[in-house]
Design a binder for this molecule. Structure first.
Ligand SMILES: Cc1cc2nc3c(=O)[nH]c(=O)nc-3n(C[C@H](O)[C@H](O)[C@H](O)COP(=O)(O)OP(=O)(O)OC[C@H]3O[C@@H](n4cnc5c(N)ncnc54)[C@H](O)[C@@H]3O)c2cc1C
Length: 438
């Protein structure tokens, strides 16, 4: 039986939720943070650790958005490769940026360790299996660039990737030992607990409705009470609404759906990702998959616009599971759920200073478990007075996407196009009687 669409695998298996209530009375704090995902909570934790009085406002319940819904893959680096980043940002700043995004998983696993967060954290590595010879050539360059920088990343041939993934679908790949997995909802709940233990306050069901500057302070109105603070961090990412319209118009949001099977048999588990790694392949519309602590296989991929994840809209996902693991034919699926991913035009996350004392960080392009946690720390550093030149990420002005509504339609069309390109490659491979990479 499929689970109710509102229940994800993560909400069925997460560590208990800490109890939070809405903001009921007016408060004045050092820093107010809007959004209680990884970005907002990591910023809050780093600021509370530095002795600042912080209050986090969350519109929903904790973890109802991307940070509680994602694949839990902790991935080092950005989608843009290190050499290209250094070219974009220059040798000095670029090298610092590369070093800091390379250490994204360190930030996550250190926080988990220091705050004893119970979230099934595993640092067994991340696999990027190649779906074509051309993709493998790109992976070779990626591996070479990371190895030149001393990272524990290695190239895998078809046999090695087959053994690690348990799938014969891939022609090679890379293994990045810096990565790992978490139970994402337990991680967000654990971060929230750590924030309150450090003296910060979190209010749920407290949407920031209006934000205005008054007498060198910011005032945020919520349904029942207002918060005043000299510094505000907007951490709303893909769920940015009308509060700061320019943020919403600086990203394109795309749906990503996930499905999870019933717990696999021990024989199946011994074959599928036996080393406990997570994987994200190289299709244009990539598929990401892993096992969870209960032995379920979960797979995520682009979802359909305008339709909630359900047994019908997730059929392509069920087919994808069987494409990768044909021997799972007949396996039952128990959960399907989805959320929104914030994409930027340059595929890079952005750190903005919207006005004096008003910061925002967003746009992780599907790499937010490590990157949003890291961005939270950078936002805290900036709030504490670190200069732009010292920050890992430059402070940039918000660039709204021209004809934003049309761009969203364009994104839908582009996704349909890429789906067709991937589909054609798979059909051609089947007609050749081999794999997509033969
Ligand atoms: C299905 C899916 C799978 C993914 N898989 C992976 C993965 O495996 N690995 C990876 O690295 N990344 C993954 N990502 C991306 C990752 O989840 C995000 O980048 C990351 O969680 C972003 O964290 P955040 O705190 O910035 O945003 P969110 O977690 O979305 O938090 C923003 C919060 O702001 C709140 N908010 C919005 N407006 C207001 C307001 N006005 N007032 C108060 N609160 C407000 C929202 O309710 C929300 O809780 C995935 C994303 C999705 C959707």
């Amino acid at each position: 039986m499929p689970a109710a669409p509102s229940q994800s695998l993560w909400s069925a298996t997460a560590a208990a939720a800490p109890a939070f209530t809405p903001l009921a009375r007016a408060r004045r704090v050092d820093v107010a943070i809007i959004g209680a995902g990884y970005t907002g909570l990591s910023a809050a934790l780093h600021l509370a650790g530095a002795g600042r009085e912080v209050l986090v406002l969350e519109a929903k319940e904790l973890g109802e958005r991307a940070s509680g819904l994602n694949g839990g893959q902790v991935i080092a680096g950005l989608k843009t490769d290190p050499d290209a980043l250094e070219e974009l940002f220059g040798p000095e700043r670029g090298a610092r940026l590369v070093a800091s995004v390379a250490a994204g998983p360190d930030v996550v696993f250190e926080l988990i360790g220091r705050h004893e967060i119970d979230c099934d954290a595993l640092r067994t590595g991340w696999i990027q299996p190649a779906t074509s010879a051309a993709a493998l050539t790109q992976l070779m360059a990626r591996v070479e660039q990371w190895r030149r920088r001393g990272a524990a990343v290695e190239l895998l041939d078809a046999r090695a990737v087959g053994l690690l993934t348990g799938s014969a679908r891939y022609c090679g790949g890379l293994l990045d030992r810096r990565g790992g997995t978490v139970q994402p909802l337990s991680y967000v709940r654990g971060l929230a607990r750590a924030v309150t233990r450090a003296g910060g306050q979190i209010c749920v069901r407290s949407p920031a409705l209006h934000l205005r500057r008054a007498a060198r302070e910011w005032q945020i109105e919520t349904p029942h009470a207002a918060v005043t603070a000299p510094a505000v961090i907007v951490a709303t990412n893909a769920y940015s609404g009308a509060l700061v319209g320019a943020l919403r118009r600086s990203i394109i949001t795309v749906p990503s759906f996930q499905v999870a099977t019933v717990p696999l048999t021990s024989a199946q588990r011994a074959q599928i990702l036996p080393g406990g790694q997570a994987a994200s392949d190289t299709w244009h519309l990539l598929r990401y998959f892993r096992l969870d602590a209960t032995g379920r296989l979960l797979l995520g991929a682009r979802g359909t616009f305008g339709r909630a994840p359900g047994p019908r809209s997730c059929r392509p996902h069920y087919r994808a599971v069987l494409d990768i693991y044909p021997h799972l034919a007949g396996v039952a699926f128990e959960y399907h759920w989805g959320g929104l991913v914030a994409m930027t035009r340059d595929h890079l996350p952005h750190l903005h200073e919207l006005a004096p004392g008003l910061l925002a960080g967003l746009g992780y392009n599907g790499r937010g478990v490590a990157m949003a946690t890291l961005m939270g720390r950078i936002l805290a550093q900036r709030t504490l007075g670190m200069s732009d030149a010292e920050l890992a990420f430059p402070v940039t002005p918000v660039r709204t996407i021209p004809f934003h509504r049309a761009s969203r339609l364009g994104a839908r069309a582009a996704i349909q196009y890429l789906r067709a390109v991937d589909g054609l490659a798979r059909i051609q491979a089947r007609l050749r009687g081999g794999h997509s990479w033969t």
